[in-house]
Each structure stands twice: as C-alpha cells, then as structure tokens.
Write a protein that binds this ligand. Sequence first.
Ligand SMILES: NC(=O)c1ccc[n+]([C@@H]2O[C@H](COP(=O)([O-])OP(=O)(O)OC[C@H]3O[C@@H](n4cnc5c(N)ncnc54)[C@H](OP(=O)(O)O)[C@@H]3O)[C@@H](O)[C@H]2O)c1
Length: 233
Amino acid sequence: METRRVCLITGASRGIGLATAQALAAAGWELSLAARGHQPLVDAATEVGAKIATVCDVADEEQVARAVQATVKKFGRLDAVVCAAGTGSFRPTVEQSLDDWNAQISANLTGTFLCCREALKVMVPQGSGHLVTILSVASKHPFANAAAYVASKWGAYGLTKSLAEEVRRQGVRVTAVLPGSVDTPFWDALGGGPPREEMLRPEQVAEAVRYALEAPTGASVDEVHLMPPKGIL
Ligand SMILES: NC(=O)c1ccc[n+]([C@@H]2O[C@H](COP(=O)([O-])OP(=O)(O)OC[C@H]3O[C@@H](n4cnc5c(N)ncnc54)[C@H](OP(=O)(O)O)[C@@H]3O)[C@@H](O)[C@H]2O)c1
C-alpha cells in the first residue's frame, strides 16, 4: 500500500490555505492544519478530513514547533509545509503604527521563517521534503500605501529563495508562489480593494500549489507567478 504524503498547512482555516487543504485532501494527502482561531480551524479540519489541527500563531516559536511536532508524532513524517498564514493592511506610511507594522512582519516574514526552520529540522534528516511559501505579487512589485505588507513579502521572497539554494542539495524542494489579488476574506477587513470578480479564485492558487507539490521528483517548481487575467488590479 502506498504511503499517503503528509502536509502541514498554516493559515488553513480560510482563503488560500483552506482551498489548498481542500485540493490536497482531494488528491489523497494526509493533512495537518494550523491557524490561530480555534473554531474555524476545527471546522476546516472536519471539512477536509485533516487528522491534526493545531491552534498556532506562526509568529510564536513554541507554537510553531508544537504544530510541526504534532504532525510528525501523528504521521511519523513530514513531506510538505505550505505557509499560507498571513495578513495585510494598507495605509500611508505616516499613518502606519509600529504595532501594525510588527503584526505584518511577524506573520508574513518571521512566521514563514519559523515554519520553514521547524520543518527543515525534520526534512533535512529525512532527506526529503517540500516547502511552499505563499508570497505575493507584492514580493516584487511596489505598491503605494502598502509599505509594511510589501516589505514583509519582499523579505519572505528573499527568505524563500535563499532557503531554496541552501537545501536543494539536501533533498528539499522550495517553491515560491506569487499570486496577484485573490478573492478571499483577506479583503473583507480592508473595506474596499479591487473588484472581487476580477480577482483569482483561491482554488486556482491551490491548484498551483498542488501542481508544485506533485511535480515529479526530477523537477523542481521553483517559482509560480499567478495573476488575474487583467494583471495587477
Ligand atoms: N488574498 C489576496 O489577494 C492575496 C494575494 C497574494 C498573496 N496573498 C497571501 O496569501 C496568504 C493567505 O491569504 P488569504 O487571502 O488566504 O487570507 P485570509 O483569507 O485572511 O486567510 C488568512 C489565514 O491565515 C491565518 N492567519 C493569519 N495570521 C496568522 C498568524 N499570525 N498565525 C497563524 N495563522 C494566521 C488566518 O486564520 P486566523 O486569523 O484564525 O489565524 C487564516 O486562516 C497571505 O500570506 C497573503 O498575504 C493573498
């Protein structure tokens, strides 16, 4: 019997993370889900049949370590981590509070670092694994009134590409996924934004993630740019 591959997904309670969980569940993966809010996480885990759901702030070193350890304890291995936890808020820099700056850097950059580091503690000795970071078009393209978000995403892009070089000879593949606008609850709290009907669907990002994860072992999908047909909205 073929062993089912195991993936930990952060930010799995809604949006891109949840869509990725749905896509991987349909493709036969064993799933471990993480997010901060308990009930939406439990609901997501029930929906996709995930055997592990860990309440976890990706900016918290101990909580991230617990999420990875719980996954390995349950399944005995960790084949992939999809870092989909993230947050954003947009305003002129002169109105940017330090607290909000720190929240975005913590979730989007430090959180990605912590999840990748803890996963690599398992994957490098295992000699195999796959890290997928959900970045953004804002990892390469500057946007006015979004300096904190853009800084966090450029940082996470540098982190991802450096990790890829660091571990590619150790059997670990690293994929950077850079979507344009995606129609998720991310935009609900922002009050406005581009027309939702012109955005990508989270299922389309999830399909790109699944494609990268299921690429033949002789190929590495290093980077995926996925844009709405109209480009930057
Ligand atoms: N939507 C877009 O247009 C778009 C475009 C490009 C890139 N992205 C990126 O894609 C990622 C996912 O975005 P989304 O659109 O799916 O957002 P979303 O619908 O708001 O979902 C965000 C998910 O991340 C979790 N989360 C947020 N902060 C967290 C933290 N500190 N620790 C753990 N979990 C956390 C949320 O659950 P809890 O709040 O319960 O923790 C939720 O499950 C983000 O990195 C975002 O920057 C989004």
